[in-house]
Design a protein around this ligand. Structure first.
Ligand SMILES: C[S@@+](CC[C@H](N)C(=O)[O-])C[C@H]1O[C@@H](n2cnc3c(N)ncnc32)[C@H](O)[C@@H]1O
Length: 136
């Protein structure tokens, strides 16, 4: 997705999947060389890197009330998504600059990670003019 939409991806460890070269290459197929992928050992590493770049940290969470469609995204935003099993820890949830949600039908718990990333990234790129243009 990162390669296809032209979006940098940061993976924050510890991950629940293997990030050694062979496993990543198999999952990333031939797009991996085109993806701007950074692996961080843990939250502290990621946070230090992000703070040096600046911009807002926008957390996608089921525990927010503001719809992502009502949010004005900025080009410098970093979108943060939680792990498939448990989302993000409470302190990271509380520390995000913005918490936003993808509205769902009452009684449903959450979308899966890949789907929520696709929806959030698409809307952020649409608003900031960053979506790739269709080939003419
Ligand atoms: C499978 S969900 C995590 C489920 C976990 N039990 C929870 O309640 O946080 C994985 C990630 O997808 C994102 N996500 C899933 N559904 C969402 C929604 N409706 N709105 C915003 N983010 C969502 C969040 O970043 C979440 O941490």
């Amino acid at each position: 997705m990162g390669a296809c939409l032209g979006v940098a991806v940061d993976l924050i460890g510890p991950t629940g999947f293997r990030t050694d070269d062979r496993a990543l290459r198999r999952a990333g197929l031939d797009y991996l060389d085109r993806a701007a992928l950074t692996l961080h050992a843990g939250w502290e590493d990621f946070d230090a890197a992000r703070q040096s770049i600046g911009g807002r940290l926008v957390l996608f969470t089921t525990r927010a009330t503001q719809s992502f469609l009502d949010l004005t995204f900025e080009e410098s935003d970093t979108l943060l998504f939680g792990r498939e099993s448990a989302g993000v820890p409470d302190d990271i949830h509380a520390g995000a600059d913005i918490r936003t949600t993808i509205p769902m039908v009452e009684g449903t718990r959450s979308l899966n990670l890949a789907v929520s990333v696709a929806m959030g990234v698409t809307e952020a790129l649409r608003q900031t003019g960053g979506l790739p243009h269709p080939a003419s």
